[in-house]
Design a protein around this ligand. Sequence first.
Ligand code: KG4
Ligand code: ZN
Length: 357
Amino acid sequence: MLCLGIESSCDETALALVRDGALLSSVLASQVDVHALFGGVVPELASREHYRCMGPLFDTLMARAGCAVTDLDVVAVSRGPGLLGSLLVGVAFAKGLALATGARLVGVNHLHAHLLAAGLEQPLSFPALGLLVSGGHTHLYRMEGPDSFQTLGRTLDDAAGEAFDKAGKLMGLAYPAGRLMDELARDGDPAAVPFPLPYLRNDSLDFSFSGLKTAAAAYLDGIPPAERWPRPVTTAQGAPRILRDCCASYTRAIVETLLRKVERALERQPDLSTLILAGGVAANSHLRSGAEALMRRRGGRLLMPSPALCTDNAVMVAHAGWLLAREGAHHDLALQAVPRGRPIPADMLYARESPAP
Ligand code: KG4
Ligand code: ZN
């Protein structure tokens, strides 16, 4: 089964081809440089860039893979959550392709695709606990299968990636700050600044990171002028100790909070012994080693996509589309894009009697 994946939910235009669950080829055009000028993603610019790049990227992908458009069995597309104007570009392109070729259309939940991407490199096992940490979302799920996710907890305000990016901006780090903060934190003292572990003193599985960003702002404001560093910071090389310590302490607060809630969820759901960790923030080296230590201590199984597959890509969309199509799932041309903050409807159609070709 040849499955095309289309990703345009935020600031990456990406397409990938997966045949029977194995990656054939992928292409990605990042808009990071366009948005870096503004310190965050500008929705109008994002959708224009997707529209400009989608067609040429599709041609490049098909030529590289040596496939014809008529070979496609499934066209899978990120249908949300994301920026509406950006999602519409991908969804409209997918519908056009499906209509023209007769391929099966599958609308994929972008957040679920992040977690299912762990199955590209290791076999997935269900049920599992899923922690999705990205720039826009922080969700804890009970996962029963590729099309069965139950939300156990979510962020009430900022997402984990947003917490990295916003505090990074205050520290003068180039946008998006997560990756650079990861590097700076490697050589810092995580106990140097006593940042609070937010929203832990309750019995909830939800998260709240906005207070942590405020704590970072207050700490940074209190740094004497003589100890401040030149901005912007674009590399870890030559960065002062005070900045490295601040990054390490801030990272520790986020990582420890995430993992304590993971442990709480695992204790409440004793039949779950597998943790799937995914999303852009799952590329964080401190979170990865913390999750490894936690699951080793608990004797459970940990699945994480490799760092390159953690950030937005279309391979995860193609792979999720293939998993769903195998279950007989598909959409018709009524498929809608769903912006961030709105629930994704359970509108998948099933044709179990006539599986995809
Ligand atoms: O999943 P993703 O690529 O896009 C969304 O769907 O949001 O996640 C992007 C987020 C950004 O906030 C970025 O700063 C963060 O992932 N990120 C990291 C790292 N690499 C990317 N955060 C911490 N450490 C990293 N190594
Ligand atoms: Zn994402």
